[in-house]
Design a protein around this ligand. Structure first.
Ligand SMILES: Nc1ncnc2c1ncn2[C@@H]1O[C@H](COP(=O)(O)OP(=O)(O)OP(=O)(O)O)[C@@H](O)[C@H]1O
Ligand SMILES: [Mg+2]
Length: 433
């Protein structure tokens, strides 16, 4: 049941097993004072296991003995993790006691199959209180929303507002997955949740920039495992927030560099399509319950054609695009109204009134863009009366979609706003009719 370390290179540890080799993904323990944990990544020649050094232990040496455990990474799930902040391995990050005792444990790599027979019931819309979102990208139970944008355009702030507003509104449970972002942001989120008394129905998982790429690439799976358990065992509707899904691809990428795998077109690791798909498929609904996910997607160098960005975007039902140009005009949330889109904006889902308004608004916003180009050349006074009226309506609409957020109140001193869907639709009707 044991092997010997034959080589250590960065996060990869080569272990030779002469007989009884371990399983793929099995946890191994080094016979050293740290009891270092390794995880089998792949095999070469059936005898050499290439293992991941899960905690980046720098003391490993060739010749050390490695024992099998016949176990994979398991995390605690269920009620006891509610209100807690955990790492990839289910260890506490909040300074409170370890979660143990009579707690169900789940293997984070034990993929649930996406249920194909799942019958989609009548779409259920969840109000977010954020006008621009409720109008352009309605939140539908069990579906996926992406918040996409470059650095510092407001993805995290908008996600926090959504957690704040949706958790207050519903009896669902929220799981937050902090993936490869700044440590400070995790702390701010925790403080916000605590202040708003929302920790009682939230569990948080974090592997931020300070963690190695192994943990950053696994954290989404750990959080998904917790969400699946609440959905399947407790028949709950789960809200799943991920910040930032792009960092998952990036972490997988760093790992494949360490593993010397040849990248594919676009410079991403060879398996990135299936890695993204596997995680996204786990964030799905079945007959037990639903997982509604809200995922931020960082756009590197503001290049929206990046293959990873495109790939993640394709998995979403709705995309909220945040733009630097809009932010520079002082409009918050800095949503690019013309690029934001949703496949759920249909009469069947949102009803005729909302749908017809959305068609009219989108037409006005498109027209506004082309009129702006004309005005830049000939001036506003040269426009026909109809064009001038449409131009002004569009300007009012754009201003109407700006709003102060509750999670910013403490920082800016400006009271946050919440609009019911009815209020949002009324305000738009007043402008365009
Ligand atoms: N709705 C808002 N109202 C007021 N200020 C905002 C708003 N959204 C963002 N900001 C300001 O912009 C800053 C950056 O926002 P945020 O951290 O959400 O960006 P991000 O897109 O998550 O960036 P990164 O890609 O670096 O994580 C915030 O700290 C805040 O000061
Ligand atoms: Mg952020």
């Amino acid at each position: 049941m044991s092997g010997v370390i034959k080589g250590v290179k960065e996060l990869i540890v080569k272990v030779q097993f002469d007989d009884d080799p371990p399983e793929l993904n099995e946890l191994l323990v080094v016979n050293n004072p740290n009891n270092t944990n390794l995880m089998v990544e792949h095999f070469e020649d059936n005898q050499i296991a290439y293992c991941l050094n899960l905690n980046s232990d720098l003391t490993l040496k060739t010749g050390q003995e490695v024992r099998r455990t016949s176990q994979m990474i398991e995390i605690p799930v269920g009620d006891k993790i509610i209100g807690r902040v955990l790492d990839t391995f289910g260890q506490p990050l909040d300074g409170l006691d370890q979660i143990k005792g009579n707690v169900p444990m789940k293997n984070i790599l034990n993929y649930y199959k996406k249920s194909e027979q799942y019958k989609v019931s009548k779409p259920q819309i969840m109000e977010t209180g954020i006008k621009v979102i409720d109008f352009f990208t309605p939140f539908v139970k069990g579906r996926k929303v992406g918040i996409i944008g470059g650095a510092g355009v407001g993805k995290t702030v908008l996600t926090m507002e959504l957690i704040n507003n949706t958790s207050k509104n519903s009896s669902s449970l929220s799981i937050f997955s902090g993936m490869g972002e700044r440590i400070r942001e995790g702390h701010e989120l925790w403080v916000t949740l605590r202040e708003n008394d929302l920790l009682k129905n939230t569990a948080l998982f974090f592997a931020q920039t300070n963690e190695n790429p192994i943990q950053r690439s696994l954290i989404g799976l750990s959080a998904a495992t917790a969400a699946e358990y609440f959905r399947d065992n407790d028949k709950k509707d789960v809200l799943f927030f991920a910040d930032n899904m792009y960092r998952f691809v990036q972490a997988r990428n760093e790992l494949s560099t360490v593993l010397e795998q040849v990248p594919n077109e676009g410079g991403y690791g060879a398996t990135f399509f299936s890695d993204v798909k596997t995680l996204q498929d786990r964030l799905s609904s079945n007959d037990n319950g639903s997982i509604t996910s809200i995922q931020t997607i960082y756009v590197p160098a503001d290049d929206i054609t990046d293959p990873a960005v495109q790939m993640i975007q394709n998995e979403m039902d709705s995309i909220i695009v945040l733009s630097r140009k809009v932010a520079e005009q002082g409009i918050r949330p800095a949503v690019d109204l013309n690029s934001t889109s949703s496949s759920l904006l249909t009469p069947e889902i949102v009803g005729d009134r909302h749908y017809l308004l959305s068609v009219q608004v989108q037409a006005l916003l498109k027209k506004y863009e082309s009129l702006r180009a004309i005005i830049a050349i000939i001036g506003e006074s040269e426009l026909s009366p109809t064009d001038r009226s449409d131009y002004n309506k569009a300007k009012k609409l754009i201003a109407n979609f700006a709003q102060n957020l509750n999670v910013m109140t403490k920082l800016t001193g400006v009271q946050g706003e919440y609009f019911t869907l009815e209020e949002t639709l009324n305000s738009i009707e007043e402008i365009i009719v």
